[in-house]
Ligand binder design. Structure first.
Ligand code: AHR
Length: 503
């Protein structure tokens, strides 16, 4: 039987914030070195940025980039990363057991943002450092001049302030693996004091307090309520992180493809927790969610850094270099749908990460760069998913999954761009075997036609884009949608990501 829903612009969820299409660059593995930055590469510009990668980043439609970590930020010494490159220290980088040369630092990152037309989202170190250092970094980065640190920035060749608006207060502080891991009470106080100082310096900043590292954290919920009770009026967003993986000897692909069920529960539970704290404090303010690490991450390969010999501190080693499949791409599309379906409260998100490290773009040192399978759903959502998300009530055939029980085969959202007069339906068919007919009642939309139906699918769920076969999985246009009267009918192939554009 067919899946059905109605599209009516009278019923909206919220306007998509451009920051929903953010990503993340961490000093981890080869994300920076031989990822975005590789002096000597044939495509490198005068500052060492790879132009081939910049072109892919622009095509991906990334709006913001979180930097410099991740776990890395909890040991970050920002002053190591500024000033004359030849004077910058090499340091042990304990989070990923690597050597950090500091050749690429804050100013180089800002140069990357300017060239890629990206808004920076900076994290401060609340692991080995704290309140005072956050204020010093803010002074160095954003103050126009006339203080020791802002003048130092000018002396380093950056007279104009960087103007970074969005700041993360540490990273995954709830995780026992984090350098400077804290209890919710301890972190809530440090976050409040840091936020207080940063907003005293610049009340216009937007601050993200660290929420949970995953839905599975035993502290999820109580962490958010304890931390937010301390700092609700000082911060603007709470972060959530989540990675999805196909685990086990006999991978359960149906459950994996339904992971957005868990992501939506996670978001809704976090919103309920924020609103509970807001209600308790009798606050008028609505806390927003910054889902600032999300992706598929198959963690079994490569070997974790702690399994390396003790004296091995490599520079930019190959870490977390997942090579994504078609199945992974369809799930990334579904996770993107989950974020869009909560556009009223999820106003920032970062696909983790941008290049090489669990990333939509892969590179070879000295060699080419190419698009992973997961590149396409993100790029298409960023390109076409601008405007107001419409509320859809889905009636879909279901199947039973091991982890989530009965799950709809159709996962869908729709975005209405009133100015452009377009509506884009983003839809995933979660079935590995069944073609899914779809009927959409377009009442209220007036006369519309199908502009195109873009499709990512294939016969091999494990197909990947590799160095030797970089275009094996690519989207194509399909002749699979039509409007008759005020009904849109589509056919969604098994295991598919679909973008149906109406105007
Ligand atoms: O993105 C990889 C790592 O995942 C980040 O450093 C950390 O914040 C998370 O655990």
């Amino acid at each position: 039987s067919a899946a059905r829903f109605t599209l009516d612009p009278a019923f909206g969820i919220g306007t998509v914030h451009p920051r929903l299409y953010g990503s993340f660059v961490e000093h981890l593995g080869r994300c920076v070195y031989s990822g975005i930055y590789e002096p000597g590469h044939p495509d490198a510009d005068e500052s060492g940025l790879r132009e081939d990668v910049l072109a892919l980043v622009r095509e991906l439609g990334v709006t913001t980039v979180r930097y410099p970590g991740g776990n890395f930020v909890s040991g970050y010494r920002w002053e190591d990363s500024v000033g004359p490159v030849e004077q910058r220290p090499r340091r042990l980088e304990p989070a990923w057991r690597s050597t950090e040369t500091n050749e690429f630092g804050l100013a180089e990152f800002m140069g990357f943002c300017v060239k890629a037309d990206i808004e920076p989202m900076m994290a401060v170190n609340l692991g080995t450092r704290g309140v005072e250092d956050a204020g010093r970094l803010l002074d160095y980065a954003n103050h126009p001049g006339g203080t020791e640190l802002s003048d130092l920035r000018a002396a380093h060749g950056n007279k104009e302030p960087f103007g970074i608006r969005m700041w993360c207060l540490g990273n995954e502080v709830d995780g026992p693996w984090q350098i400077g891991h804290k209890s919710a009470e301890e972190y809530g106080q440090v976050a409040r004091e840091t936020a207080n100082l940063m907003k005293m310096i610049d009340p216009g900043l937007e601050l993200v307090v660290a929420g949970s590292s995953s839905f599975a954290m035993p502290t999820f919920g109580t962490w958010e309520s304890t931390v937010l009770t301390e700092c609700y009026d000082k911060v603007d967003h709470v972060s959530l992180h989540a990675y999805y993986e196909m685990k086990g000897e006999r991978p359960d692909r149906d459950s994996f493809l339904a992971s957005a069920v868990e992501m939506e529960r996670y978001i809704e539970a976090a919103i309920a927790t924020c609103d509970h704290v807001g209600a308790t404090l009798k606050s008028q303010k609505k806390m927003m969610i910054s889902f600032d690490e999300w992706n598929v991450w198959h963690s079994e390969h490569p070997a974790p850094p702690e399994s390396r010999p003790e004296d091995d501190w490599p520079q930019a080693p190959r870490l977390l270099e997942n090579n994504y499949t078609l199945t992974d791409a369809v799930l990334v599309g579904s996770l993107m749908i989950a974020l869009l379906r909560h556009a009223d409260r999820v106003t920032a998100a970062s696909l983790a990460q941008l290049v090489n490290v669990i990333a939509p773009i892969l590179t070879e040192p000295g060699g080419p760069s190419w698009r992973q399978t997961t590149f396409f759903p993100f790029a298409q959502a960023s390109k076409y998913g601008r405007g107001r998300v419409l509320r859809v009530e889905v009636d879909s055939p279901t199947h039973t999954t091991g982890r989530f029980g009965e799950v709809d085969l159709l996962h869908v959202t729709a975005v209405h761009d009133e100015q452009a007069g377009t509506i884009t339906v983003f839809a995933v068919n979660r079935s590995l075997t069944r073609e899914l007919p779809l009927e959409v009642d377009l009442r209220g939309l007036g006369a519309v036609r199908v502009v195109e139906h873009l499709l990512l699918t294939g016969d091999d769920p494990d197909a990947r884009n590799t160095l030797t076969d970089p275009e094996r999985v690519t989207p194509r246009t399909a002749d699979a949608s039509a409007v008759t009267g005020d009904v849109l009918t589509c056919t969604l192939p098994p295991l598919s990501w679909n973008v149906v554009r109406l105007a």
